[in-house]
Design a protein around this ligand. Structure first.
Ligand SMILES: NC(=O)c1ccc[n+]([C@@H]2O[C@H](COP(=O)([O-])OP(=O)(O)OC[C@H]3O[C@@H](n4cnc5c(N)ncnc54)[C@H](O)[C@@H]3O)[C@@H](O)[C@H]2O)c1
Length: 356
């Protein structure tokens, strides 16, 4: 029996990781710790909330006393850390919040893990079966020109307050391995898309706006390039790395799938025209170019060959297939989307659940 703490499990990627672990490992106890910020939605987990190997705890990783208490109550064998402030635009308007959650919150979890690990070593005289897995982003590497790819040895060069806070947390995780011998692993993943994606991000926002005949905002001329990965493939990669990586290692995760924002939006418009039975070209009329984001990185491209060669992971879906699946999910989950866009998910779901 293993007890795994997953932080940020009510968010987009975290909910997929929680679902995968709860269903795939019935002999593990999965504890989901989440503050339920605007991005946390327990409706994302309604299909597994009653499983016997799942439990939820509402809490803030910035609160060191709370985190320490949690570790003294539970005998965790591992932490998969996804809790974060994750939206670049929000980091530009409120950088400090990103420092608090992404940097201080991560260090609080590392401190609690270290104390717990050393206590076990002192008492039992054998090392604890324990791993700290930190989920990070390719944005820490900065931006690329027209060629080249990020590898695990690319120097960090973050440009937004979001990527700076994630880069900082990555450095702390490595420092706790190198200084204290804590078993840590980091993965840096490219942009994710798929079900339960909060509709402030490019793909779900565009799906929502196309469906509702609202303008589709595209930064600058839409020339920025992102490397997209289906979220369930990311969750599978996390599973493979968590169970098989050597302590102290880093893996890049990506799908070799680069798209300019404008080409991606055009493809999405085409799929939406078909799904909504609109004349071809109708949805693309909604494309509206807006002032570019400050410090907007031009291109991200991730080389994940280390993960493929060492641990055998490859993505399962082609982008066109994954995007169509994602559109189908959003069109058949109107209630989820309406509850999120209206804010009702807080009132009707999160509050009720937490009171139970
Ligand atoms: N979305 C992407 O494309 C992408 C790509 C690579 C890496 N990542 C990383 O993956 C992780 C998850 O990203 P996401 O897109 O699912 O984010 P998200 O914003 O959808 O979810 C974040 C979750 O963390 C919770 N949270 C925030 N602050 C907290 C705090 N102080 N204490 C406890 N919980 C808190 C939120 O309530 C939410 O449920 C992040 O660390 C992010 O940097 C994301």
């Amino acid at each position: 029996m293993k007890k795994i703490l997953i932080t940020g499990g009510a968010g987009f990627i975290g909910s997929h990781v929680v679902r995968l672990f709860v269903n795939k490992y019935p002999d593990y106890q999965i504890v989901n710790l989440d503050k339920l910020t605007y991005a946390g939605n327990l409706a994302n987990l309604s299909d597994i909330e009653n499983k016997p190997n799942y439990s939820f705890i509402k809490g803030d990783i910035v609160d060191a006393a709370f985190v320490n208490e949690l570790f003294s109550q539970h005998k965790f064998n591992g932490v998969i850390h996804l809790a974060a402030e994750s939206h670049v635009d929000r980091s530009i308007s409120n950088p400090l919040e990103f420092v608090m959650t992404n940097v201080i919150g991560t260090v609080n979890l590392l401190n609690a893990s270290k104390a717990y690990w050393f206590q076990h070593l002192n008492n039992e005289k054998t090392p604890l079966d324990f791993r700290f897995y930190h989920v990070s982003t390719d944005e820490v590497y900065g931006t690329l020109g027209e060629t080249g790819m990020f590898t695990e040895t690319t120097a960090y060069d973050p440009h937004s307050p979001y990527s700076a806070s994630k880069a900082s947390s990555d450095h702390f995780v490595r420092a706790y391995h190198d200084t204290f011998g804590l078993d840590t692993v980091i993965s840096n993943c490219s942009n994710n898309y798929g079900s339960y994606h909060f509709p402030e991000k490019l793909i779900p926002l565009s799906i929502y706006n196309i469906k509702n005949n609202k303008p589709i905002p595209v930064y600058g001329k839409g020339e920025n390039i992102r490397d997209w990965l289906f979220v369930e493939d990311h969750a599978n990669a996390i599973d493979v790395i968590f169970h098989n990586a050597k302590a102290g290692t880093t893996y890049n995760i990506g799908g070799h799938n680069e798209w300019t924002n404008i080409d991606l939006i055009r493809l999405l418009c085409k799929i939406m025209d078909e799904k909504l039975q609109r004349p071809e070209g109708e949805s693309a009329k909604l494309i509206t170019f807006v002032k570019d984001r400050a410090g907007h990185d031009l291109r991200y491209a991730i080389d994940s060959s280390k993960l493929k060669n060492e641990l055998g992971w490859t993505p399962s879906l082609q982008f066109e297939e994954g995007l169509e699946k994602t559109v189908d999910w959003f069109l058949s989950h109107q209630e989820w989307l309406n509850n999120v866009t209206s804010g009702d998910y807080k009132k009707y779901y999160n509050e009720q659940y937490v009171k139970r």
